[in-house]
Design a binder for this molecule. Structure first.
Ligand code: FES
Length: 311
């Protein structure tokens, strides 16, 4: 889609919010809480941003973008160059972080990680489901939407600006597994790791996380080349250590969409028919990895001599 930037507002220190709509005012594709869109910048780079607006507004998408001074330039472009009226390419929406049914939700946000949680909070409210939000950030001024949340929801929201309160006290929130509670966490990698460790005793599937960037990965399971059979076309390609499975299958003529090429966006999801993938994405939960019936070929490889993909 080509969408038009309808408004651009500063919503916290270093954070701007963009409202996007079709130039002709027609309705946009539906989405669900946890979804993101791809923003295709004029130089062709693609960045993913969570939708944080009202999912029942069929005519506008809203995203919020943190300026990342150590980033690859995408957020700086959004901050410095985009102005209302500009047109921008948009892919999606796609949801790798869906809100699943629960008796109660504990939302944990670090900084700009609040964005995918905002529509989840609205959804939980609409459904009358109990929830609490633990929201940390460097400073109060850097925490987008913090005051609105606190004003609207009072005691359900615990704001923890680090300069006033120190770090999030995860142990006291997560030390006891709570039956019926699902934990949703989005934020920087150290927060996600800390939450995963704090939830180690919780039942499987009770913690769901979303990462902004690829997590540090161990070395690939195998260094040697392996073969990938494309079952639909009948082609077989050899994947050497210097190329990704995605690059190899494309060279063999397979058409596989991709976006982040870091294993974080979900665009290149590919069914696996035979073999054991070496999963190197940040999307699949442990039970999904164990099923070995799909993989993200932009980063994932093979544990075996041979993989068969549904391509
Ligand atoms: Fe984003 Fe593969 S292109 S996960």
């Amino acid at each position: 889609m080509t969408l038009q930037i309808r408004s651009k507002d500063t919503v916290a220190d270093g954070v701007v919010s963009l409202t996007l709509a079709r130039p002709d005012g027609e309705r946009l594709p539906d989405w669900t809480p946890g979804s993101h869109i791809d923003l295709v910048l004029p130089d062709g780079t693609v960045r993913q941003y969570s939708l944080c607006g009202d999912r029942w507004d069929a005519h506008r998408y809203r995203i919020a973008v943190l300026r990342e001074s150590a980033g690859r330039g995408g957020s700086a472009y959004v901050h410095d160059r985009f102005t209302p009226g500009d047109l921008v390419g948009v892919g999606g929406p796609r949801n790798n972080f869906p809100l699943v049914p629960a008796d109660r939700y504990l939302f944990i946000a670090g900084g700009i990680g609040i964005t995918p949680l905002l529509p989840m909070i609205r959804q939980a409210d609409l459904m009358g489901i109990d929830w609490q939000l633990l929201y940390g950030g460097r400073t109060r001024g850097s925490m987008a939407f913090a005051e609105e949340l606190a004003q609207a929801h009072g005691g359900r929201v615990r704001l923890v600006p680090q300069e006033e309160c120190g770090m999030l006290d995860l142990a006291s929130w997560l030390n006891e597994p709570a039956s019926g509670t699902k934990v949703y966490c989005c934020g920087p990698a150290p927060l996600l790791t800390a939450v995963e460790e704090a939830c180690a005793a919780w039942p499987p599937h009770h913690l769901r996380t979303e990462r902004f960037a690829a997590a540090a990965q161990a070395a690939p399971v195998r260094r040697a080349p392996f073969e990938v059979e494309l079952r639909r076309t009948g082609a077989t390609v050899t994947v050497t250590p210097d190329v990704s499975v995605l690059q190899a299958v494309r060279r063999a003529g397979a058409e596989v969409l991709s976006s982040c090429e870091q294993g974080t966006c979900g665009t290149c999801l590919t069914p696996v028919l035979e073999g054991t993938p070496d999963h190197r994405d940040t999307l699949l939960a442990a039970h999904e990895r164990a099923a070995n019936d799909c993989m993200f070929p932009c980063v994932s490889r093979s544990c075996d001599d041979r993989l068969v993909l549904d391509l």
